[in-house]
Design a protein around this ligand. Structure first.
Ligand code: ADP
Ligand code: MG
Length: 830
């Protein structure tokens, strides 16, 4: 474990032992922040973690012990999800599956949990769910807050193990959902099997052996299975190790489709697993829970049964009866009972639907509340005279597209509304968002107010700084050069302090920067507009932190990642949305090709040709975790190879995240000026970089990236008037599924289409970015389910309109549950 994390753990533990009295550290927990931050940076912890720790621990002293507990647990949970620690609980091990079967890596894909996921016993090679967070929606009933150790047979040792699963109270158990179900209610005996049927059979192995096939090229394993009613043959191709795993006398569960061979019934290549006798005896649909070491399914199931069968019906429902009726939801007690011990598949489905609805509903009400709260404040009015604004627009080196004009109109109207703007400006890569941000800054600085523009990387911040100097300062600009400044982590201390002074006394009107804007003790005299670029790279806290530097400033966030509708409604539901849905007219579609690794030379030829015509190219290398190599090393090696063996005559540069900021800047500048013809890079150029003369984007290991991300890379070219190319080279030729996925890039240049596909295929991780704080806790709801989201949103709106503060008696319980949901899922203290 990293020393900085070790240290946090020690303090958090001590705090917990002391009942969160804030004495674990002399002078209070917040006193350790300074040293901790520098240690965390030495350990190279992800920035989001560092920020999360700092922003939450800073206010620790003000919190009640209860909230402190929530905050520390929240931080720890986040650390565990982001940084590998030894604390990471073992992947759940099902006693019924062998280790070989359970090693399936957990894909980023979110499981579709609000669809029924029942498997017959032999189809159990599901990826285990990742660790289960503490349930969010709990109950007021005192009894449910009782520690798990009140159950008979649970002493401190078992309690400890259960705590590893997030099970501390009885209430936790109610919300500890099965990861799948085994359906033993539909078993058939061998004598009743028919040709062509998909079946699950339980039987004893009589014989098993492997031999080569006749042509000698394959191995055939054959087993004879009996269950007392008949005999069934099972065959597997090319699994010569099977006889080592399956022995005569052993009972197994097989599942597959019944075939016929020489008049006899056979199962060809069936799925199988050892039989868990206990399942058999239940003869019903049984829940299978995620486990940790030394807990058995059987034991946990019996404890669960003890709790569920008593408590489920005693849990009061936080949704009113008429809401449940109108929304066609089962009541909470039924849902909790049936999610654990269902009788039919339909019962599981209804229970999952209800519990998923609850999660989205809570999110939606929270989002509506945030928006309501925000709208109830007032903000300074900025009216730009018509002809002045037109002058600014006329000064631009190009004409605004209709979509840009529309966006500008939205923003102007926000600025004159008297309420703080809270707008998301979404536009595909290259749609020209920066100039809109510049115009907004011009409007507010015209009357002497200040603006801040924050970007996720220093490369991007520099680029914006250069653009703003161009657009706002200069000969006819509204600002002087020195009124616009750039603040990065790496800015020399003397300059930083100069910038701080300038912001405090109002000499500086616009500051562009990275996270440094938040980290440095920067104070503005009159911050009225905060702009955040590539919003998904920042967390909600950071947005709040920047906003807090002014007095209800207007806020505009921008993103080039097209967000599927279902997500826009949930994640960004508190923001007003403007979409720039057209590209400047000179743009052409980027011609995209999927090349096989052996066709790499074709890519190199294209690059040589383009460079000969005066254009430039990017070559991107991914992180390949299993190679044990860092992204930096991989890119560096390839860079050396390309330089020595492929592009001997050409000028190549290398960019990666380990370079010092000034080195990065130097490389980018050399590429921007055209001195470098080819830029080899890791994924750091993904967002925002604008080099209009670059026309080739070659992406190696393309299969490593999501479509939305590939689309971002592609957006780095095709920004000038020249025809541009995007070449994707996957690592292998024969992964048909993977290549089909990548084929989508060839078929469309539409970011929305790609985003939808990404969401379906890889889950919402790609879109949530660090905003995910409140969303990783969704355990039942599937964020791709537009129907569910719209339904929950509809009812949330209804409740909210009736009773925005949830003070009516029928909403008391809801208000309580909601508070817990939001505190626990975001760590925010309301
Ligand atoms: P993004 O929306 O991806 O942030 P940028 O703001 O970086 O896009 O703009 C991409 C490029 O398009 C820049 O070089 C910018 O100067 C140019 N641009 C912006 N608006 C227009 C327009 N209306 N016509 C032509 N070029 C434009
Ligand atoms: Mg941009």
């Amino acid at each position: 474990m990293y020393p900085s994390i070790e240290k946090l753990k020690k303090f958090f533990k001590l705090e917990a032992e002391r009942g969160y009295d804030n004495r674990a550290v002399l002078g209070g927990l917040e006193c350790m922040l300074d040293t901790w931050e520098s240690e965390a940076r030495i350990d190279n912890l992800p920035e989001e973690i560092i920020q999360a720790v700092i922003s939450r621990v800073r206010d620790y002293q003000r919190l009640s012990p209860n909230s402190r507990e929530v905050v520390l647990k929240g931080i720890w949970q986040r650390i565990r999800q982001t940084v590998p620690t030894e604390e990471e609980p073992m992947p759940p091990q099902d006693e019924t599956t062998t280790p070989q079967q359970d090693v399936t890596p957990v894909p980023e894909k979110q499981e579709k949990r609000d669809q029924v996921r029942v498997v017959t016993p032999a189809q159990t090679r599901q990826p285990p769910q990742t660790r289960i967070p503490i349930p969010q929606v709990k109950d007021m009933t005192e009894g449910l807050d009782a520690p798990i150790s009140v159950l008979s047979g649970i002493g401190p040792r078992s309690a400890n193990k259960l705590a590893q699963l997030g099970l501390n109270t009885l209430g936790d158990m109610l919300y500890f959902f099965p990861r799948r179900y085994d359906d033993y209610s539909q078993l058939k005996t061998i004598n009743r099997l028919g040709y062509g049927e998909k079946v699950t059979v339980i039987g004893e192995i009589k014989e098993i052996a492997s031999r080569p096939t006749r042509n000698g090229r394959l191995t055939l394993t054959e087993a004879i299975i009996t269950d007392g009613s008949g005999v069934l043959r099972a065959t597997w191709f090319n699994q010569p190790w099977l006889p080592k795993q399956l022995k005569p006398g052993q009972h197994i569960v097989l599942s597959g489709q019944i075939d016929q061979y020489l008049g006899r019934l056979v199962l060809t290549n069936p799925e199988w697993e050892p039989l868990d006798r206990e399942n058999l005896h239940t003869n019903r649909i049984v829940p299978v829970y995620p486990l940790t070491a030394q807990i058995t399914q059987k034991w946990l199931r019996s404890k669960m049964y003890e709790v569920i069968s008593y408590w489920a019906e005693r849990v009061p429902d936080h949704l009113s009866e008429h809401l449940c009726r109108d929304a066609e939801l089962v009541d909470l007690s039924t849902a909790l009972l049936n999610i654990h011990f269902p009788n039919t598949l339909d019962e599981i489905k209804a229970a999952q639907h209800r519990l998923a609805f609850d999660e989205i509903f809570m999110l939606q009400i929270g989002v509506l509340r945030q928006k309501h709260e925000w709208m109830s404040r007032s903000a300074r009015i900025f009216t730009a005279p018509e002809d002045w604004l037109q002058d600014q627009i006329n000064r631009l080196p190009f004409q605004l597209t209709p979509a840009q004009q529309h966006a500008l109109a939205d923003i102007s109207s926000d600025l004159t509304s008297g309420y703080p703007m809270n707008r998301l400006l979404q536009g595909d890569v290259g749609s020209g968002k920066t100039v809109i941000a510049a115009l907004a800054l011009a409007i507010i600085t015209r009357v002497g107010a200040q603006g801040a523009f924050m970007a996720p990387t220093s490369i991007l911040a520099e680029q914006h700084y250069a653009s703003l100097l161009n657009l706002l300062a200069g000969s006819q600009g509204t600002l002087a050069n020195e009124e616009i400044r750039l603040l990065l982590g790496a800015t020399p201390e003397a300059e930083k302090s100069q910038i701080r002074t300038g912001l405090e006394n109002g000499d500086i009107k616009v500051v562009v920067g990275t996270h440094a804007l938040l980290q440095e003790p920067v104070a503005f005299t009159d911050l009225q507009l905060a702009i955040i670029d590539e919003q998904h790279r920042f967390g909600v806290e950071q947005r709040a932190a920047l906003r807090a530097k002014g007095d209800n400033p207007h806020l505009m966030v921008m993103t080039a990642t097209p967000i599927p509708r279902s997500l826009a409604l949930t994640i960004y539901g508190d923001l007003d949305l403007t979409i720039i849905d057209e590209l400047p007219p000179s743009r052409q579609e980027v011609a995209t090709y999927l090349l096989l690794p052996r066709e790499r030379e074709r890519a190199y030829t294209l690059i040589r040709k383009q460079v000969a015509e005066g254009r430039q190219a990017f070559i991107i290398y991914p992180l390949i975790e299993e190679s044990g190599k860092s992204e930096v090393k991989a890119a560096t090696e390839e860079y050396n190879r390309l330089k020595r063996e492929v592009f001997l005559q050409l000028r190549i540069g290398l960019l990666h995240g380990r370079l010092k900021p000034e080195e990065k800047e130097a490389v980018m500048n050399r590429f921007r000026s055209g001195e470098l013809q080819i830029l080899v890079s890791t994924s750091v150029v993904e967002v925002g970089v604008d080099i209009p003369n670059a026309t080739v984007m070659l992406i190696e290991g393309a299969n490593r990236f999501g479509l939305a991300q590939l689309h971002q890379f592609r957006g780095r070219v095709g920004r000038g008037a020249e025809k541009s190319y995007c070449l994707l080279i996957p690592e292998t030729e024969n992964d048909a599924d993977e290549n089909e996925r990548l084929q989508a890039m060839v078929e469309t240049n539409d970011g929305f289409v790609l985003a939808e596909r990404d969401l379906q295929q890889r889950g919402p991780g790609e879109f949530l970015g660090t905003r995910q704080a409140g969303f990783t806790n969704l355990r039942m709801a599937n964020l791709t389910n537009v129907h569910l989201i719209e339904k929950a949103r509809h009812f949330a709106q209804r409740v909210f309109q009736q009773d925005p503060d949830l003070t009516q008696p029928e909403h008391h319980l809801l208000a309580h549950v909601l508070d817990r949901f939001w505190v626990e899922s975001t760590g925010e203290i309301s």
